[in-house]
Design a protein. Structure first.
Length: 427
């Protein structure tokens, strides 16, 4: 007889690892599926740095241990406020967390999540399907890469998304147009220049925004009150997005949609500015309206701020245009299930309970798709700390689980969880 799990977590990035750690700590039978830290290990160029402060970039374990600072201490590394940390160090931290704080990660590719009975069937490319009472989709950002419409008729080799490059050295000596105005665009362009390419940034914005040098953690009390630190930066607005996602969820849907779309807009890290401005030309206030392949090169038609048309030729175009949460692009989730989910306003993202449960009983979401429900912190590693414990409490509520009795076996816990499985939408 096929075993039925309490929870299957799909995705092993910061959110998936944190959720699985909390689920195991709560005594649930949990399976964790995916390639650990895949987005960070496979989709970010060498030489990139973490934009967030180390103290706000922790994965979440139920005992509060296994922080980024803990990992750095074991390796003799520095993780301090105001000092950018290499992406590679953060990736290794995630792998260390997976070994020490989370259940074993099963490196399989999930191909389908389908309702079955009162639970779900989870198919993978590598083995037999799993049955589970609840499932948490923590799939990261990769399914939601956004490309400008003007690029979509180009042959595939003419353009790419910034998340498609682990190594930028192949562009050495080539002209590369980088589209965007956020950290990914600015840092990708700077790295291209440093590796011998000839990048040009193209941005619709009339000016680039740069984050200020972070204020010291220890400050006079009045200054700290006026401009508080938070996991998403300094200032009261950032503090609200960082520390009060539960309050964001109580706002009207249209307000939440607007916050998710506009809060914490594109900006470059303070430590990147000199590297970028010294080496990368920028066409600001230019809109892309046309892209045509001309032999092996690409010709971009741009509109200037004054309405004139200009042409930019490039050997390749990199769209550093971010990610757009959209349920219709989550192809591993059964299409019929996707179609009947309650969504946030006019968006294509799931409306969620306080415990991150969708309108389909037992189906939970984490990460980018939850930003229109809980706010912009869900776009960052920092949001994993808020998500993990609450989502696992939501799972236990759905299962009707009670705290494991001392000495109870996994089979005992499994039987108790199976005893209750309410079918209502838990709020």
């Amino acid at each position: 007889m096929t075993r039925t799990e309490d929870l299957v977590v799909v995705g092993a990035g910061p959110y998936g690892l944190s959720i699985a750690a909390h689920a195991a700590g709560a005594g649930l039978d949990v399976r964790l599926l995916g390639r650990p830290m895949a987005s960070w290990r496979d989709h970010m160029p060498e030489g990139m740095y973490l934009k967030s402060e180390p103290w706000s970039s922790n994965l979440s374990a139920p005992d509060g241990r296994h922080t980024l600072a803990d990992y750095c201490t074991t390796r003799g590394l520095v993780a301090e406020h105001g000092t950018p940390l290499p992406i590679g160090t953060f990736s290794e931290y995630g792998m260390w967390f997976a070994r020490h704080a989370a259940p074993e990660v099963e490196e399989v590719t999930v191909t389908e999540v389908t309702p079955q009975g009162e639970g779900f069937r989870v198919r993978t490319a590598e083995g037999p399907p799993l049955l589970t009472r609840t499932v948490a989709l923590a799939v990261g950002v990769m399914p939601f890469a956004r490309h400008p419409l003007a690029l979509r008729d180009l042959p595939p080799g003419h353009y790419s998304h910034s998340s498609g490059h682990r190594d930028l050295s192949r562009f050495a000596g080539l002209e590369v147009a980088v589209l965007g105005a956020g950290q990914a665009a600015l840092e990708t362009a700077a790295l291209l220049a440093e590796q011998g390419a000839r990048p040009c940034l193209v941005a619709r914005r009339a000016r680039l925004n740069w984050n200020a040098v972070p204020q010291p953690l220890s400050r006079p009390a009045l200054r700290a009150v006026r401009d508080p630190h938070s996991g998403l930066g300094t200032g009261w607005r950032s503090w609200v997005w960082s520390e009060l996602p539960w309050a964001v969820r109580r706002l009207p849907a249209a307000t939440r949609e607007r916050i998710a779309a506009t809060a914490l807009g594109p900006a470059g890290a303070w430590w990147l500015r000199d590297r970028f401005e010294q080496r990368v030309p920028a066409l600001l206030g230019h809109r892309l309206h046309r892209a045509v392949a001309v032999g092996e090169r690409t010709r971009l038609g741009l509109t200037t701020p004054s309405g004139e048309s200009v042409v930019l030729d490039a050997a390749h175009v990199i769209a550093a245009t971010g990610f757009s949460p959209d349920l219709t692009r989550l192809e591993l989730l059964d299409a019929g299930l996707r179609a009947c989910l309650e969504t946030v306003g006019s968006s294509r993202t799931p409306e969620l309970s306080p415990g991150f449960e969708s309108s389909w009983p037992g189906l939970f979401f984490a990460g980018l798709l939850t930003a229109p429900s809980f706010g912009p912190s869900m776009r960052f590693v920092h949001g994993a700390g808020f998500t993990a414990g609450r989502l696992v409490r939501g799972v236990r509520k759905r299962l009707g689980a009670r705290s494991p009795l001392p000495g109870a076996t996994g089979e005992d816990r499994h039987r108790r969880a199976a005893a209750g499985h309410p079918k209502t939408y838990l709020r």
